[in-house]
Write a protein of this length. Structure first.
Length: 115
């Protein structure tokens, strides 16, 4: 009889511990919070990868500008809007903006990729 009471008490203890563990896993600090943290980590990793690609692009662009006088000249002329003698520049008016500012952005004109 003593051993059967001990077995029942052990079973009850395991049931209470299991119920507590299940309640903690399903609570606000349990699995939902863990999943949210994983999503946040994945988002930061993607952002870091994008920033790394942008840094690599800019680093390569700087190397090109340092090593190539023609690239330097093109960049200077573009930024300062300089022309050589005999060249003509045409400035076109900007396209009118859409009337509705709440309109979703079109996928036909995606932002340029920095590759």
């Amino acid at each position: 009889m003593n051993s059967s009471v001990r077995r029942v008490l052990i079973l009850i203890a395991f049931a209470v511990i299991g119920a507590y563990g299940l309640a903690e896993l399903r609570g606000p600090q349990g699995l939902p919070a863990l999943r949210e943290k994983w999503d946040e980590i994945r988002q930061f990793e993607e952002e870091n990868a994008n920033l790394q690609r942008e840094n690599d692009y800019r680093r390569d662009r700087i190397k090109k500008l340092e090593s190539s006088p023609s690239e330097q000249e093109l960049e200077i002329r573009k930024n300062l809007k300089l022309l050589r003698p005999g060249e003509t520049s045409f400035i076109l008016p900007e396209q009118p903006k859409p009337a509705s500012s709440d309109a979703p952005l079109s996928d036909s004109n995606p932002p340029p990729d920095l590759k």
